[in-house]
Design a binder for this molecule. Structure first.
Ligand code: GUN
Ligand code: ZN
Length: 438
């Protein structure tokens, strides 16, 4: 039967063909097709290869969208971000626990208002798309209506988005607290309403151990047992004071991660943000349970939380994605986030290459979310989420780009100097959802 397709795109494609167990394998999995052709049937990739090979598949006169020399890459995947913190990004002067009390909780308390949640959902999704991010794992506020607003709008765009309402029942302002039973009921209703609807997924979202009583964690465990297919997201071992606080709140547990593990929260669809101060056993537990880490470099530097150990993550074979962690993180932009990841590596004598960084932001992130069968590269059968880049848009970028000898150098310069101005177009489900103003 003849190949069915609705869209043909020609450009300079880059992706990683398959997941890897060590960074040394990445160079051979990097696929660069300088003059490539991508054929889509609506939102699905049905053919990918060189223009030369693919041209004959096109019926006479079939419209081809030509990007010529522009790099086209899989959509970026943000594995940790808070949408109700968008308007407080860049809050001055505190580390984690003070920052939560002084800025985060007051800001999140506004999301009980449906109109505010609607307006901010639109703003938030536009920020993601204008930065080339096509999939994210997102924290809502404690209010179920915050997540309803976000999912409703993501559904209109047909984005592959995972989100959940925060669960918390202690150590936060009264207005943001719920009972464990309420938290269970509201989460359950949201799972039933949204999980698996189109491309949307639900993540059970206990904020972190300090805002959870054992009774709340027991409700999390109950939800995990009733809905084994949904995701789970939380924070782990971000800040030394936080780690000490968890120790005092849960003295019977061996470690911070042990608290989560005992309540059945680890697993192949669990994503733990930060993981900066883990002991050996915690690392092993993440590996054994197939849990994933969200590495959030701009947040870790901004809040002075610590330096993530990428080398150890490879050594322990723990799945890993990149998170912007807005509003503790200081940008929605994945290029800028990767540039900061490089600096975190430098402070520990780890040389993060452009190819490795690109992997973490695309296919590696997809694997961290257990979505690598659906997104993350241009393999046939995958969903058509991708970004067309403009590699040099400022005089300085143009000068430096022209002065780059290899594509690896160009890629590294892009992650060092790049930002949202380098996003030319974003495609979700085979359709243009963002176009740079020119
Ligand atoms: N730990 C608990 N809540 C939060 C949050 O909102 N942001 C960050 N960075 N860490 C947290
Ligand atoms: Zn966070």
């Amino acid at each position: 039967m003849a190949l069915q397709f609705t869209t043909a795109i020609r450009g300079n494609f880059f992706d990683i063909t398959a997941c890897v167990e060590e960074p040394q394998q990445l160079d051979e999995r990097l696929r660069h097709i300088p003059d490539g052709l991508l054929l889509l049937n609506e939102g699905t990739i049905v053919w990918f290869g060189s223009w030369q090979q693919g041209e004959a598949l096109l019926p006479p006169g079939f419209a081809v969208t030509e990007y010529r020399d522009k790099p086209i890459v899989p959509g970026f995947i943000d594995t940790h971000i808070h949408y109700p913190q968008t308007e407080m990004i860049g809050a001055y002067g505190d580390q984690l626990l003070g920052w939560l009390n002084n800025y985060t909780f007051p800001t999140e308390s506004r999301y009980g208002c449906e109109q505010h949640a609607d307006e901010m959902s639109a703003f938030f999704l536009r920020e993601l798309l204008s930065n080339g991010t096509t999939t994210a794992l997102v924290f809502g506020s404690v209010h179920p209506q915050s997540v309803d607003a976000l999912f409703t709008q993501a559904q209109t765009l047909n984005m592959r988005l995972i989100a959940g309402k925060v669960m918390m029942d202690r150590h936060a302002p009264e207005a943001l607290l719920e009972t464990p039973e309420q938290s269970y009921r509201q989460t359950r209703a949201l799972i039933e309403r949204w999980h698996g609807k189109g491309r949307l997924g639900y993540a059970i979202t206990p904020r972190f151990a300090p805002t959870s009583t054992p009774a709340l964690l027991a409700q999390v465990q109950r939800l995990r047992e009733e809905f084994p297919d949904v995701w789970l997201q939380t924070h782990l071992s971000e800040n030394p004071q936080e780690v000490a606080w968890v120790k005092s709140l849960f003295p019977q547990n061996q470690s911070y991660l042990d608290v989560y593990h005992r309540y059945g929260m680890t697993g192949g669809k669990s994503v733990f943000a930060h993981c900066l101060h883990l002991d050996e056993q915690e690392w092993d537990c993440l590996c054994e349970t197939r849990s994933a880490i969200a590495f959030c470099p701009t947040s870790n530097l901004f809040l002075g939380s610590g330096l993530f150990d990428l080398k150890q993550a490879w050594r322990k074979r723990v799945k890993l994605g990149i998170g912007t962690d807005v509003g503790a993180g200081t940008t929605f932009n994945m290029l800028r986030t990767l540039g900061e990841a490089y600096k975190v590596g430098q402070l520990q004598h780890y040389r993060l290459s452009a190819v490795e960084a690109f992997y973490h932001a695309t296919l590696g992130g997809a694997r961290a979310l257990s979505l690598d069968d659906k997104i993350g590269n241009f393999n046939v059968g995958k969903e058509a989420d991708f970004v067309v880049l403009d590699p040099a848009v400022t005089p300085l970028q143009q000068l430096r780009y022209a002065n780059s000898a290899t594509t690896a150098e160009q890629g590294f310069v892009l992650m060092t100097l790049g930002d949202d101005r380098n996003i030319y177009r974003t495609y979700v489900d085979g359709k243009v959802v963002y176009e740079a103003p020119r």
